[in-house]
Write a protein that binds this ligand. Structure first.
Ligand SMILES: [Zn+2]
Length: 409
């Protein structure tokens, strides 16, 4: 049997199956229940959050012959809409049909009543691309639409839609979908498909999807092709070129041991395995975040990681101060911004410079302390002080010996 993309196979057919847009589903259900049908809807929000899917569900709800307040998914109308074959539901993309002539042609088509259904529904995607003249040609129809006509507009850039249009439509703002909601949906799909997937594996996909259910399913497809019926954290990382956590453990240990050269080698290993610098740094910040949270006692479930990963993080935790981790997070976050700013600097070189700084962090701090001591103390009393593996010349404070290899009296 040919493989059907998950995004297509699992496209929600009712609002009950939709994830993350419950507020919109409820409002639309209520509006339909009262029989008070607005003639123009505007769905706005970032890509992949369910705007076009919701437009199709709404069209199905309006034209479903069962009239149960939700698409029955069984009647001729519901089946035709799902297959994109309904004569009364027209879908168009304004990105490629945005001129006055395109609009006139579409509007002339709307002057006839629906053929087999209650409503004639026009779903127009990417409406921000419609020209001003084309909008003007549509204004009259929007103001006095025939009773059978319903417009459903969708856009990722609501700010580009003229105010004269916005004042004539019922607007719905679609939210980005949280990683947890995406994970739950993916887990449900895996269960239905008989795919074994580790929660940690799904959590990586959800994070990478960045609020878009469609992207999550596309990434899921990519991973599924690679891993087959058993999806683990490791197979997801390999499929997506994400560095494994073991590298981050090694990196943190290199920093702890003040081993700048070691940190360069780990970076080299990640690059050789196909990771990009930014992806590597992103992963490291997430790793550090989990490290901090593990320290303050969050559970594996709360962090969406396995118990084994949590135990490894906890085993690392006592050797670092909270402040050290926060300093490293700050440096890595700034480094990532510099790398993404594309100002011509070599990201690899930038990363190595910052890694050296981190590897030398507490030495830098201690040397600063030493310099302060030197400035504050009388010039004639000098003692040896051992600092972070270094023996530095330091001046004793208050005329007494300083703690170190020389005993204080
Ligand atoms: Zn139906």
């Amino acid at each position: 049997m040919p493989y059907i993309a998950m995004a297509r196979k699992w496209r929600p057919r009712t609002f009950d199956e939709m994830v993350g847009q419950e507020h919109i589903a409820q409002t639309l259900k209520n509006a339909l229940a009262t029989g008070n049908i607005h003639h123009a809807f505007m769905f706005s929000g970032t890509r992949g959050v369910g705007k076009t899917t919701s437009a199709r569900i709404l069209a199905s709800m309006l034209n479903c012959t069962a009239e149960s307040g939700k698409p029955c998914c069984e009647c001729e109308s519901c089946k035709a809409i799902a297959a994109g074959l309904s004569m009364d539901v027209v879908e168009m993309d304004a990105a490629s049909n945005n001129g006055v002539d395109d609009m006139r042609e579409i509007l002339s088509d709307t002057q006839y009543p629906p053929m087999n259904s209650k409503y004639r529904i026009l779903i127009i995607d990417e409406v921000h691309a419609i020209s001003k003249a084309a909008w003007n040609s549509m204004l009259k129809t929007l103001e006095e639409p025939p009773p059978y006509l319903v417009f459903i507009f969708a856009t990722t850039e609501i700010n580009k839609v003229p105010a004269t249009i916005l004042s004539r439509v019922l607007s719905f703002d679609f939210r980005r979908i949280s990683p947890l909601q995406i994970s739950k949906r993916l887990a449900f799909i895996c269960e239905q498909e008989g795919i074994k997937a580790a929660p940690e594996a799904l959590s990586i996909i959800s994070e990478k999807a960045d609020g878009s259910m469609r992207d999550a399913l596309t990434i899921f497809d990519e991973v599924f092709v690679y891993s087959g019926n058993t999806i683990t954290k490791e197979t997801v990382q390999s499929a997506l070129g994400i560095p494994p956590d073991t590298l981050y453990f090694e990196l943190l240990k290199a920093f702890e041991a003040h081993d700048a050269k070691g940190s360069f080698e780990i970076l080299e290993k990640a690059m050789a395995a196909g990771a990009e610098i930014q992806m590597f740094l992103d992963g490291f910040v997430k790793f550090l975040r989990n490290f901090l949270y593990a320290r303050i006692g969050l559970s594996a479930e709360q962090l969406e990681i396995s118990q084994a990963s949590l135990d490894s993080l906890k085993a690392l935790a006592p050797t670092f101060e909270q402040g050290d981790i926060l300093r490293i997070v700050k440096i890595i976050t700034e480094l990532n911004e510099k790398c993404s700013a594309k100002h011509g600097l070599n990201p690899r070189l930038l990363a190595e410079t910052e890694f050296s700084k981190i590897a030398w962090l507490d030495r830098v701090a201690n040397i600063k302390e030493v310099l302060e001591n030197m400035q504050n103390a009388p010039p004639n009393e000098v003692s040896q002080k051992k600092i972070g593996g270094f023996t530095a010349q330091a001046t004793a404070r208050n005329g007494r010996g300083v703690a170190g290899n020389a005993p204080t009296v």
